[in-house]
Design a protein around this ligand. Structure first.
Ligand code: ZN
Length: 435
């Protein structure tokens, strides 16, 4: 077990500096694991400049944490989470928004125990009144940095309703819309107040081939909202126009879009395009749950554009719940068995309930990626996609001290390894320790 040694506790002249030093650990730095100490402040909740402290000799740490050779990584970021622990971000409870707010807080408190220190609560396509009731609860907290709140929303991911009815997946076709009048139509749907800077919406998935969509991409980008292409029937050329208009992401690559065809590579083709012809190659979400995608498809996408790959769970409200049979919509029921969710009546796949760290483990074992390369897909890369690369997903000085301590274990199956979350830190304070 790690030991926390209070250094100044017997010195009556000392005052608490809030400085914590992690030692005997492997830091995730770029594509390497580096044996180095990390210094953080529990007062500011940020990562400190270790060199400055060491050579300036100004500050002695309040405590030294010996991690016994384990991995210390930035906290994980999930940019597509529909719900968990029995709560669905897309459903306003019958007793109203107060109970919606309680549900969000319950997800936050539990989610952080899985190593996910920040995320984008994700709404599937809904009627306007749902967005307008839910969005006030889903924006990033303005100035509150309280570790006890748990995982932190970086803003909502609105997946739809401006998506293609032919690629709706589990989204309800009757609520899908188009935006021929651009921003005006978006405002009617999400609420004009939520399309002002700063918006509680951080990421918006739309289909670029729909009427008015390209003008929406430009407007949203200028508002600081990142646009992702998804649930789309776009040809390669149409997808390219989406990127040229400002979209920088693809929502769950391969799922809910045309498959790769040798004469029309579709949205996937963007990964093979030279950056100069489309501004920049897009980031892309990958659901590595062993159900949505074949491991080889994941490897091909990673080989095509390793810097763009972001692992997402796309998990829904049964994530974190015990196995069993649960009521679903329209009288259907869902059977949960481990990460697998199927409809009781026909055995069809009904979404994911995987944890993000399990996606990282799958990715490691399926692609032969190194541990830092796999962790990048849930830390540095999503942070960059959201424009938060100096604040989240990094161990650089000045970033938030959102951290996970990971233990690498053998699974007993061949050479397969497994990453286990041992500790979670939020804003410089330990908020979870595995028993
Ligand atoms: Zn989707």
């Amino acid at each position: 077990m790690p030991s926390i040694v209070p250094i100044n506790s017997h010195d009556p002249h000392s005052h608490s500096t809030g400085v914590i030093k992690f030692t005997n650990c492997l830091l995730v730095k770029g594509n390497n694991l580096v044996k180095e100490d990390l210094w953080i402040s529990s007062l500011s909740g940020k990562i400190l400049n270790g060199q400055e402290i060491l050579y300036g000799a100004r500050t002695a740490p309040d405590s030294i944490i010996d991690l016994d050779g384990r991995i210390l990584a930035p906290g994980l970021i999930d940019v597509q989470l529909n719900g968990a622990y029995g709560f669905d971000f897309s459903v306003i409870p019958e007793d109203g928004t107060v109970s919606y707010g309680k549900g969000v807080r319950r997800v936050n408190r539990n989610l952080i125990r899985t190593g996910v220190t920040s995320y984008l609560p994700t709404l599937t396509s809904q009627r306007p009144e749902v967005y307008q009731q839910a969005l006030p609860f889903l924006g990033p907290p303005s100035s509150v940095r309280d570790p006890t709140y748990g995982s932190e929303s970086l803003g909502a991911h609105c997946e739809g309703p401006f998506i293609n009815p032919n690629k709706n997946g589990i989204h309800n076709v009757s609520v899908l819309r188009t935006a021929p009048n651009g921003l005006t139509d978006l405002a009617t749907c999400y609420g004009a107040t939520y399309l002002q800077t700063p918006s509680p919406i951080k990421l918006l998935t739309l289909a670029p081939e729909l009427p008015g969509a390209l003008s929406c991409v430009e407007s949203l980008t200028s508002l600081g909202i990142t646009v992702s292409i998804g649930h789309s029937d776009a040809s390669y050329e149409e997808a390219k126009l989406g990127i040229k208009s400002g979209a920088t992401m693809i929502t769950h690559l391969f799922n809910a879009m045309k498959p790769l065809h040798h004469r029309n590579p579709g949205i996937f083709g963007l990964l093979g395009t030279t950056s100069s012809s489309i501004r920049t190659k897009p980031y892309f979400g990958i659901i590595a749950d062993g159900i949505h995608l074949h491991p080889t498809s994941i490897k091909i996408a990673w080989n095509a554009h390793p810097e763009g790959l972001i692992l997402v769970t796309d998990a829904m409200r049964l994530a974190g719940m015990p196995d069993g049979t649960y009521d679903w919509t329209n009288g259907s029921r869902i059977i949960k068995k481990g990460a697998l969710l199927t409809l009781e009546e026909n055995g069809k796949i009904a979404g994911s309930s995987i944890k993000l760290i399990e996606c990282v483990t799958n990715f490691l074992n399926w692609t032969g990626a190194s541990v830092p390369e796999a962790l990048k897909a849930v830390t540095e890369t999503p942070a960059k996609m959201l424009g938060l690369q100096d604040v989240k997903g990094t161990l650089k000085e000045g970033a938030d001290a959102d951290l996970v301590v990971l233990n690498m274990q053998d699974t007993g199956v061949g050479q397969d390894k497994k990453l286990v979350v041992d500790q979670v830190w939020k804003f410089g304070e330990k908020v979870f320790e595995r028993e």
